[in-house]
Design a protein around this ligand. Structure first.
Ligand code: TZP
Ligand code: MG
Length: 220
């Protein structure tokens, strides 16, 4: 399997969480999500009540270990230093974070994800060495304050129409009921926070999301 195919597979069900998301114990929720079948995890400690410094690092260490034991790659959001300290499998940066080209230099061949909102940003991210693009918010979300306009599915379609072949993951307001739309539009997978972290039964929610995505992937 080539590297691009491997990234596409990892994006199938990409769970993002920090201690500020959901009510449950993050380690327990991550464990449940892994049992339910997530394919990639991102530690995103951000927003109101987010941990900082040593506390953030210690939680990162524990979540990294859970992922490592399960063979699920571990990505750090927007903190290259922490990613290097934890020997994470990758880093995800947004347009307001460290530049993708600088990040790529610092992380070597770890996985690099970049959030993009326009074709121009996408082309730049690809030139800078992005392994995948995050696109969103696809649907309305309450998990991020500083969101740009809701792009809907048209942005994914537009990227594909303009021949962007880099792996794409959709984010924002995705649940098992609308996950298949993201794949149909041309996404390789879905990224969720609240659909898992906010679920009463995180494992069950994960299983349902995974089924919805896999079913649509098979029909592609
Ligand atoms: N970036 C765009 S939307 C979003 C991020 C981090 C939040 C997604 O959270 P949810 O709960 O899956 O809508
Ligand atoms: Mg960011």
């Amino acid at each position: 399997m080539d590297y691009k195919q491997k990234i596409e597979d990892l994006l199938t069900l990409y769970f993002i969480m920090g201690s500020q998301n959901g009510q449950g114990n993050p380690e327990y929720v991550l464990q449940q999500a892994i049992e339910g079948g997530i394919t990639l995890f991102q530690f995103r400690e951000k927003g109101e009540g987010a941990l900082q410094g040593d506390e953030k690092r210690r939680l990162g260490e524990r979540l990294k270990q859970i992922c490592k034991d399960a063979g699920v790659p571990f990505i750090v959001n927007d903190d290259i230093e922490l990613a290097m300290q934890l020997d994470a499998d990758g880093v995800h940066v947004g347009q307001e974070d460290e530049k993708a080209a600088v990040t790529r230099k610092q992380i070597g061949n770890k996985i690099l994800g970049v959030s993009t909102h326009t074709l121009e940003e996408a082309h730049q991210a690809i030139a800078d060495g992005a392994d995948y693009l995050g696109l969103g918010p696809i649907f309305p979300t309450e998990s991020k304050d500083d969101i740009r306009k809701v792009h809907g599915l048209d942005l994914i379609q537009a990227f594909r129409r303009h021949d962007i072949q880099t792996p794409i993951v959709g984010i924002g307001g995705i649940m098992s009921a609308n996950a298949s739309d993201v794949i149909q539009a041309g996404g390789d997978g879905v990224s969720v926070i609240s659909a898992i972290a906010g679920a009463e039964d995180a494992k069950q929610a994960t299983v349902q999301l995974k089924q919805a995505v896999r079913k649509e992937q098979l029909e592609d």
